[in-house]
Ligand binder design. Structure first.
Ligand code: ATP
Ligand code: MG
Length: 968
């Protein structure tokens, strides 16, 4: 805080020393650059400190008295070292420059990119008048943008403490262009007559015409005024002090409109250093990593004898994967003992298995956790789509950091903590074994028979794998272990900072944090903040300022009523946020591994509802509850209950029957809305209806499923099926179907003990397994599982969130799959399931990025219009989704999207009953769907033998084939 720094009490000799110490560095800079310059007054001697500090690799100039003291000490040490070396070598300063000096020189081109030198509010941090009284040499520092030029001159002091003038309020007349806006960085304090002011904080002054706004760094308004004299506001310049609205401010610098609209000026650390640092780092490294760069003293000699100066693996070998070398800033910060630089090379044993995108991912993870990408931040989010091998990338990272490091080859980490959903604990252990064998690295997976204490006691284990649930239970023990790297698998669950798991993980002191997630974060800016703040705490500032600086302008810009100015600001802020976080978020899509995978045949199957379903559906739609929903009183509307009932009915009427019976017996039956929804419904069922004796004919989808299983069994007897539902009760029905047909099955749902999950998965994947069907609850066990033993996957029901379904579908089409993969998504024609599907498609391209801030956020509420649409049964349509495609085919022929090209683009398919509004929807996904092969169930010749056998109960098909070489 600036105010604190002002109260620093350096002794006079310390200050003089400090200035002397700074001078040589200024000289060095001067010798190597000689360009145009701008004059900075003598009180900017602190600029030089900042320059020197940056030149030596410091992140940012100190902002506290303590910080200044530390800097002072380090400068002193640094100078001593330099002198010592000069003496040692007895050589001419210019021809044989010492290593620390070299470091400074190496940094010269970077200096101008450190915004801190220009950004005065970061360096105005000492009691300057004391300096003057102490008789220190006034310095004239000349800085230029690029490259930096600095000269030192002695100049007489000018009085810099003239009293601030209050800007007078204009009496009128002066006219000016209202659009002219200027931005300044300032420090402020409450108005007082004291000579030695104590600044209370940094702020941004926005001057627009005759008015101004003062915002603190959290983006909150702390002062406002209108009607000032335009002339005076226009003349505001750097260094000027003035009174505005009862506050005294000193102008530290001018902020470009670009820095304001991007929000960069509110970020204390500024992002430019980080980015430029990364770019520079990528370009150069000044020392030969294989050569010792520094003659160590005898003590260091001893230390060095312990370190390995040769890379662990040959960096020059063909196909070697060599990590980026640290830049000079990093070396200054982390190589205090001046160990030789050593190349970090990924173990060739691993490299030979890695896909190109995985190599890139390992480089990315390494640079993030080493702090190469963003100064002082060591976090990363690897958000590759499902099945891209996030596990192998992390294993490579752990193995590398555990054995190697850039400084003298010393390992960067000792212990790693991997936190993962319960069902994946053993999967991680197995993957370690798969890629590294059991000798290289000792892994400890916490389980019922493997208690944490064992890990704590044994020095052999370096990796602890634990489930989120277990972590919560044994947090105290985990906290007592020092972990150097933390990996959170399926880490999107940390998007809610209020939940216990997140709080527990935040409480761990480990700095290097990696989130793995295959599920894209939807467009919730607060969830996004939570993930970012977890991996790189504080990088976006406190939540309150994030809201003001990013969230509010972005949300505001999306309102239909937003002005052009608001839209522009929102877009700029969104772009800035994406750009800043893009440094440590990596997401690749499935396409990168498609070529390694077998063909995938995806089918959307529209199943005709059974007669009983139609009758019950009509009755439900006529219920008082549904009618109440459509009246528009959404607050107390029971629409979720109605939607739930319709979804159950689509799966099987017996589920609805069970619900009615349950409600009849329960105390909540009194609740009006449920009573009014189920009223008279029971009479539609046969009088002797027994839900346990359900039949397949009572559900359109179940009929299709039953036929599908039979044809798979017949045509591919060696292949297996993964059958997915979101509901345990539905899984019970599907299980019963398996029993009735004599299909061997296995099942994994929320109730399956964690300790048994991997075993169930392994046994299904084994070629010796006799199981034909894997019953999977997508919510409980969908994430992260490898079910490559199955090559047919049937999604029996649909979820609102496309990510849940994509998660499930990705279980089988992944690395290691040997057979062509068939995916079947069953939907009941004309019902709510189609509507959910349509909504999924129109939402899907929102989830294309980790977070796509340029897109509008998803709906969480339904409008009355939407509810009307949801609560409509389209009895006469073969496929409402196709009707909405605006496709000219009637489904009577084998129509594919190739025909699309015949029409102008403006005719591409649109979703929604109001074509005139369609541009606001997401035409792309629907257009893509239109390009899928599609045909109605009574189409004459179906080339797909599986579809051929189920067509009787199917009104329409969509089909898409990826990697169509040997398909079908
Ligand atoms: N380079 C590779 N060669 C062969 N198999 C690989 C390779 N990389 C990964 N795999 C295998 O691919 C499967 C999927 O990998 P992994 O489980 O790491 O995916 P993921 O990215 O974590 O996906 P999800 O988001 O679903 O958890 C695993 O069985 C893994 O062993
Ligand atoms: Mg995974």
């Amino acid at each position: 805080m600036v105010g604190k720094a002002r109260s620093s009490n350096f002794t006079l000799s310390e200050k003089l020393d400090l200035l002397k110490l700074v001078k040589p560095y200024v000289k060095i800079l001067e010798e190597h650059t000689n360009k145009h310059s701008v004059i900075v007054e003598k009180n900017r001697c602190w600029d030089i400190i900042a320059v020197s500090y940056n030149a030596m690799g410091g992140d940012r100039p100190p902002r506290t008295a303590q910080g200044l003291r530390t800097l002072y000490k380090r400068l002193k040490e640094y100078a001593k070292q330099e002198l010592l070396q000069q003496k040692e070598t007895q050589s001419d300063f210019k021809s044989n420059i010492s290593e620390p000096t070299k470091k400074v020189m190496e940094m010269i081109p970077q200096i101008s990119s450190f915004c801190l030198v220009r950004d005065r509010n970061h360096i105005q941090s000492a009691n300057l008048d004391e300096e003057a009284q102490a008789g220190a040499s006034p310095l004239q520092v000349i800085l230029d943008h690029r490259p930096v030029a600095i000269t030192v001159e002695v100049k007489q002091e000018e009085d810099i403490h003239s009293a601030p003038k209050e800007i007078t309020v204009s009496k009128g007349q002066e006219e000016e262009p209202a659009s002219l806006v200027k931005y300044f960085s300032v420090v402020w304090c409450k108005a007082s007559k004291k000579k030695h002011k104590k600044w209370e904080g940094d702020a941004v002054l926005i001057v627009k015409g005759k008015s101004f706004t003062l915002k603190n760094l959290e983006g909150k308004d702390i002062g406002r005024g209108i009607g000032y004299k335009f002339r005076e506001l226009e003349k505001i310049e750097e260094g000027q002090t003035m009174m505005i609205g009862g506050k005294e401010i000193e102008v530290m610098g001018i902020i470009s409109p670009d820095d304001f609209s991007s929000g960069r000026c509110f970020q204390l650390g500024g992002k430019s250093p980080a980015i430029s640092n990364f770019c520079q780092a990528a370009k150069k490294c000044f020392s030969n990593p294989l050569k010792s760069v520094y003659k160590p003293s005898s003590k260091e000699n001893r230390q060095n004898s312990f370190c390995n100066c040769k890379p662990r693996h040959d960096p020059c070998a063909p196909n070697s994967l060599v990590m980026l070398r640290p830049d000079s800033r990093h070396q200054w910060m982390f190589n205090k003992n001046c160990f030789p630089l050593v190349d970090v090379v990924i173990d060739p044993h691993l490299v030979c298995h890695l896909r190109p995108h995985q190599k890139e991912g390992i480089r990315f993870l390494y640079e993030c956790v080493m702090g190469f990408r963003v100064n002082d931040r060591y976090g990363a989010i690897l958000a590759d789509e499902m099945g891209l091998g996030k596990t192998i990338q992390c294993i490579s990272l752990i193995w590398t950091l555990q054995c190697q490091g850039p400084y003298g080859g010393k390992p960067v980490i000792k212990k790693t903590l991997i936190v993962t959903p319960g069902s994946l604990v053993n999967n991680w252990r197995k993957e370690f074994q798969k890629w590294l064998g059991s000798e290289r690295i000792k892994i400890f997976a916490v389980g019922q028979d493997h208690k944490i204490e064992e890990f704590t006691k044994s020095p052999f284990y370096s990796v602890l794998i634990i489930s989120y649930e277990m972590l919560l239970r044994s947090l105290d023990q985990v906290k007592n272990i020092k972990f150097d790297l933390l990996i959170c698998d399926e880490g999107h669950r940390l998007k809610n900072s209020a939940v216990k798991t997140t709080a527990a993980l935040i409480s761990l002191s480990c700095e290097k944090r990696v989130i793995l997630t295959g599920t894209p974060v939807q467009n919730d800016l607060q969830e996004f903040f939570a993930l970012i703040d977890f991996v790189n705490p504080g990088i976006l500032g406190p939540l309150s300022s994030y809201r003001k600086i990013y969230e509010e302008p972005i949300i505001l810009s999306r309102q239909p009523s937003a002005s052009e100015e608001e839209k522009e600001l929102g877009e700029r802020r969104a772009a800035e946020l994406t750009c800043l976080t893009g440094l440590f978020i990596l997401r690749r899509t499935q396409e990168v591994i498609n070529k390694y995978l077998p063909p995938k045949i995806e089918n959307v199957v529209f199943c005709q509802p059974a007669a009983l379903q139609i009758e019950l559906y009509r009755k439900l739609l006529n219920s008082r509850a549904v009618r109440f929903c459509l009246q528009g009183l959404l607050e107390n509307s029971p629409h979720l209950i109605c939607i739930g009932a319709l979804k159950k009915l689509c799966n099987h009427p017996c589920l609805l029957f069970n619900s009615i019976k349950e409600k009849e017996c329960s105390s909540t039956w009194d609740k009006n809305e449920e009573r009014s929804l189920y009223e008279g419904l029971i009479n539609v069922f046969p009088a002797d209806y027994n839900p346990f004796m359900f039949t397949e004919e009572e559900s359109g989808k179940l009929q299709v499923l039953s036929k599908l299983l039979a044809v798979i069994r017949e045509l591919c007897p060696a292949e297996k099926v993964v059958l997915v539902s979101n509901y345990t009760q539905t899984l019970n029905i599907l299980q019963e179907v398996c029993k009735r047909h004599g299909y061997a099955y296995t099942r994994l749902d929320g109730q399956t003990p964690v300790s048994q999950r991997q075993q169930i998965v392994d046994s299904f994947n084994s070629k010796y397994s006799s199981d034909f069907i894997f019953l999977l609850s997508s919510k409980a066990g969908g994430v992260g599982l490898n079910l490559i033993g199955g090559s047919h996957l049937i999604l029996y029901d649909i979820d609102w969130n496309p990510a849940t379904d994509i998660q499930a579908m990705s279980r089988v089409w992944r690395d290691g799959q040997k057979h062509p993969v068939h995916i079947y998504r069953l939907l009941t024609t004309g019902t709510i399931e189609e509507k959910i599907y349509q909504r999924q498609i129109s939402k899907q391209d929102l989830s294309g990025a980790v977070v796509d801030l340029t897109k509008t956020s998803e709906h969480t509420q339904f409008s009355v219009e939407e509810l009307k649409n949801l609560f409509t049964l389209h009895e006469s349509s073969h496929c409402v989704t196709h009707d909405l495609l605006d496709c000219e085919c009637t489904g009577g022929k084998d129509h594919t999207g190739d025909a699309l090209e015949k029409f102008p683009i403006s005719r591409s398919c649109q979703l929604g009953p109001h074509p005139q509004k369609s541009h606001s929807l997401k035409p792309l996904s629907m257009a893509q769907l239109k390009q899928w092969k599609h045909f109605s169930g009574d189409h004459l010749s179906l080339t797909d033998p599986f579809l051929e056998r189920i067509r009787e109960n199917v009104s329409f098909f969509f089909q898409n084939i990826t990697n169509q070489t040997t398909a079908i």
